[in-house]
Ligand binder design. Structure first.
Ligand code: OAD
Length: 251
């Protein structure tokens, strides 16, 4: 991996009035949180996504789905933000008005110091009941086995089952988060897309909106993605290597 950045990239960042950092699972990979689609290690490799990440799956087998999300939540609790998360928070400090938009359901951006990351796909740490009130639920920490089943708790207010606070396939993204993401993408000067395969919509529209609205889109990813064509610059490297070097050069 080369960490020598084209000096033009640092200059673009230094001159930006507003930066959006748009992140996917690759951002947390170096914290030990598996991505979704990477070969063998990907989260979907061991489990069938269709079986686990849909409302239908939860209704059919709540213990299996809750157990899987609780296993993921326990792994995230044990993980630490990596230098990529820390550099992202530093971009927000260096360039006020910058915004982090993440597809990740972990809390590593928050723990790295990012102010208010926009969670397009919800959060493992915001469980709520499936009742009409969608009451937020207080859930004790558990640490199930990988693939272990666990009955979801019941809502203290209405008695309905508690579900993970994430967006499942076939569900709408949270409207406020999507609006905030579109607004930020439409008004930024630079969008850094980091560690996402760019294949899941509508989230994958965010870098494309930024490009259409005139922003310079820069990608950080060790592999090519469908976003390569959208990006003015493709930095082939990992988040934890490239982002700190970029911040250092832009300082
Ligand atoms: P993916 O697993 O689809 O893609 C991860 C990307 O990160 C790939 O392009 C990898 O090449 C790249 N990558 C791996 N390690 C990296 C590293 N250390 N640094 C930088 N990049 C790295 O994950 P997402 O694009 O986040 O949605 O997936 C998008 C959505 O699909 C997820 O939010 C999830 C999933 O289905 C829902 O659950 C709704």
């Amino acid at each position: 991996m080369e960490t020598d950045l084209p000096s033009a990239v640092a200059t673009i960042l230094r001159r930006a009035g507003r930066v959006v950092v748009f992140t996917g699972a690759g951002m947390s990979a170096e914290s030990g949180v598996p991505t979704f689609r990477d070969d063998l290690t990907g989260l979907w490799a061991r489990f069938d996504a269709e079986q686990l990440a849909t409302p239908e799956a939860f209704h059919a087998d709540p213990d299996l789905v809750w157990g899987w999300y609780e296993w993921r939540r326990a792994r995230v609790r044990q993980a630490e933000p990596n230098p990529g998360h820390l550099a992202t928070a530093e971009i927000e400090t260096l360039i006020p008005g910058s915004v982090v938009i993440t597809q990740n359901v972990d809390d590593l951006h928050e723990r790295a110091g990012s102010r208010a990351p926009v969670h397009l796909h919800g959060s493992l740490f915001a469980p709520r009941c499936i009742g009409a009130g969608a009451h937020p639920a207080d859930v004790p920490d558990t640490d199930p086995e990988e693939g272990g089943r666990l009955p979801p708790p019941r809502c203290a207010r209405c008695g309905a089952l508690v579900r993970p606070g994430v967006v499942w396939f076939g569900e709408q993204l949270p409207a406020a988060a999507l609006d905030a993401a579109i607004e930020a993408a439409s008004t930024c000067d630079v969008l850094l897309t980091v560690g996402t395969s760019g294949v899941v919509y509508p989230a994958a529209e965010i870098p494309r909106i930024a490009r259409r609205c005139g922003a310079t889109v820069i990608q950080v990813n060790p592999e090519p993605t469908p976003l390569d064509r959208v990006c003015a610059v493709n930095l082939r490297g990992t988040a934890a290597q490239v982002l700190p070097a970029l911040v250092e050069a832009a300082r």
